[in-house]
Design a protein around this ligand. Structure first.
Ligand code: NOJ
Ligand code: NOJ
Length: 446
C-alpha cells in the first residue's frame, strides 16, 4: 500500500500505525501547491501513466489495460468502454501535436488500437459487438459477466470517427476509406461495423456502464446518439448518403425515446428505465452516469449536454446527495470539495460488496461540469477547482490515482492506477483550459 501523508489528518492514529508498518511514501508530489498547479503537473503524470499501460510486454499492442491490478480486483483486461474513453483524448493529442515526432507517436498508438479493435470486432464472443471485455492477448473474456454492454461500440466509434475527421482534414481520404469507414455491407472497417450494430440494435436492453443493471440507460443512449450523428456526418463526406440518412434517422428516434429519462417529480435525469434484470436496489436512480453521459455523449447542441438545465439540475442533485453521504465529506473535516461516488446506493468496494466509496473519475466529472459553467459564470472556477483539490488531497504522493477513495479513511482504494482516471485528468485539464481562456476573453472585452 502506498501512503499519502495528507490523509493522516483524518485518522492520525491509524496513520501513524500504517506509517510504521509500511514502506516510505514516494517522492513528494504537489503537496504544497494548489489544485490548478497540481492539475497541470498531474496531466503530464497521467499521460505518462497511460503510455506506460500501453507499453507492456505481456499485452498485445493496442490493448488498453483498465488497471495494472491483477487481483482484488483483477482489472488486467481490455474493457471496450475504458479503452474508448482513454483513446479519445489520445486522438485529441494527435490532432494538436506540436512536433512531427509526437504526431507520429500518437498515430502509432491509434493504429495499434485500430488493429486490436478490429480483432475484437471479429472475435467469436458470447455477445458479438456488445462484448464488454477482452483478455490482453485479444481473446474474448468468456466468464460470467453483465453482457452485452452496448455503450462500448459507441465509445469506440466516437474515438475513431473523431480520428477520421482529423485525417480528412489532412487530406487522407483514401486511408480513411480503406481503414476506418469502407461504406460496404457487411463492412470490414471499424467505424461502419460499429455504426451498423448501433443503428440496428440500440433498442435492445443492455448492461449499464457499471456492469450491474440490464435495461435502457441514459449513458448508453447518449453515446449511441453521438456515435450515430458523428457517423452520419462522416458517411456523408465519404459518399455513403443512404447510410448517412439512416444513422441520422436512428439518432433522431433515440432523442425521442430519451425524453423518458427526465423525471419532473424527482427533478433530475434518471439513469435507467425499463429495468429487466441485475441489481435492484438503485432506488433513487440518481447516478453520476448521467453526468458522464453528458460529458461523453454531449454534442454542444443543447440536447442533454452540459448546457441543458436538466443535466445541470442533476449535477447539483448529485453533489448535494453525496455531500451528506460519506464520512470523509463531513464538513468538520475541512477537506475541499465533495468526494463523489457512482450512485448513493452503491455497495461495490472493488473486491467486496460491503459498501460503496467515492470514485476519482466521478469527482473529476463534477469538476469538468463546473469548468464548463465557469466559461459563463466565473464564480464556478473556484468551485470546480475544489473538486480537483479533493482528488489531489486523496491522491498518492507520486500522483497516482486508484479507482476509489475510501469513504471513511480517504485512502486510495480498489484498482490502482485506473487508466480511465488518467483519461479523466486529461479531459478535466482541457476543460479548465477552456474555462480560463473564456474568462480572459471576457476581461479583454470589458
Ligand atoms: C465488477 C464491475 O466492474 C463493477 O462495476 C460491479 O459493481 C461489479 N462487477 C458487480 O457487478
Ligand atoms: C468497473 C466499472 O464499473 C466499469 O465502468 C469499468 O469499465 C470497469 N470497472 C473497468 O475499469
Amino acid at each position: 500500500m502506498r501512503l499519502n501523508l495528507r490523509q493522516f489528518a483524518i485518522l492520525p492514529t491509524l496513520g501513524l500505525l500504517v506509517l510504521m508498518g509500511t514502506a516510505a511514501p514516494k517522492a513528494q508530489y504537489g503537496r504544497k501547491s494548489g489544485a490548478p498547479e497540481w492539475l497541470e503537473r498531474e496531466r503530464h503524470f497521467a499521460l505518462r501513466a497511460i503510455e506506460d499501460h500501453l507499453d507492456r510486454d505481456d499485452v498485445t499492442p493496442g490493448a488498453v489495460i483498465a488497471s495494472p491490478s491483477r487481483e482484488n480486483p483483477d482489472y488486467y483486461f481490455h474493457w471496450v468502454r475504458d479503452a474508448g474513453l482513454v483513446m479519445d483524448p489520445i486522438v485529441t493529442l494527435y490532432g494538436g501535436a506540436e512536433s512531427a515526432n509526437r504526431r507520429a507517436h500518437y498515430l502509432g498508438r491509434i493504429r495499434n488500437f485500430l488493429d486490436f479493435s478490429l480483432s475484437n470486432q471479429r472475435a467469436r464472443s458470447l455477445t458479438g459487438l456488445g462484448e464488454p471485455k477482452f483478455h490482453v492477448d485479444g481473446r474474448p473474456f468468456d466468464g460470467p459477466w453483465g453482457r452485452p454492454q452496448n455503450d462500448g461500440p459507441a465509445l469506440r466509434a466516437i474515438a475513431f470517427a473523431r480520428f477520421a475527421e482529423q485525417l480528412l482534414q489532412e487530406g487522407q481520404l483514401n486511408w480513411v476509406r480503406r481503414h476506418l469507414y469502407d461504406g460496404r455491407l457487411p463492412s470490414a472497417s471499424v467505424i461502419k461495423t460499429d455504426l451498423e450494430y448501433i443503428s440496428h440494435e440500440w433498442r435492445a436492453p443492455s448492461f449499464d456502464l457499471w456492469e450491474e443493471v440490464l435495461g435502457d440507460h441514459f449513458y448508453t443512449r447518449m453515446v449511441q446518439r453521438k456515435a450515430l450523428l458523428l457517423g452520419a456526418r462522416l458517411a456523408e463526406r465519404l459518399q455513403d448518403p443512404g447510410a448517412s440518412a439512416w444513422y441520422r434517422s436512428q439518432a433522431r428516434l433515440i432523442e425521442r425515446e430519451m425524453e423518458k429519462f427526465w423525471d419532473p417529480r424527482r427533478g433530475y435525469v434518471i439513469a435507467t428505465v425499463n429495468r429487466r434484470g441485475g441489481l435492484d436496489y438503485k432506488h433513487s436512480e440518481l447516478d453520476v452516469s448521467v453526468l458522464l453521459g453528458a460529458l461523453h455523449g454531449g454534442m454542444g447542441d443543447g440536447f442533454f449536454d452540459l448546457s441543458d438545465a436538466r443535466v445541470q439540475r442533476t449535477v447539483d442533485a448529485i453533489v448535494n446527495k453525496f455531500a451528506s453521504l460519506y464520512p470523509i465529506n463531513e464538513r468538520g473535516r475541512g477537506i475541499p470539495g465533495v468526494a463523489i461516488g457512482r450512485y448513493p446506493e452503491d455497495r461495490y468496494g472493488g473486491s467486496d460488496f460491503h459498501g460503496g466509496n467515492p470514485w476519482v473519475l466521478a469527482t473529476l466529472a463534477v469538476a469538468e461540469a463546473y469548468y464548463f459553467r465557469a466559461k459563463t459564470d466565473a464564480g464556478y472556477l473556484a468551485k470546480a477547482d475544489s473538486f480537483v483539490a479533493r482528488v489531489m488531497y486523496h491522491s498518492h504522493a507520486d500522483g497516482s490515482l486508484s479507482e476509489q477513495m475510501h469513504r471513511e479513511t480517504g485512502f486510495m482504494h480498489s484498482a490502482e492506477d485506473l487508466t480511465w482516471n488518467y483519461g479523466a485528468i486529461l479531459t478535466a485539464a482541457a476543460a479548465r483550459d477552456r474555462a480560463v481562456a473564456a474568462a480572459r476573453r471576457f476581461h479583454r472585452r470589458r
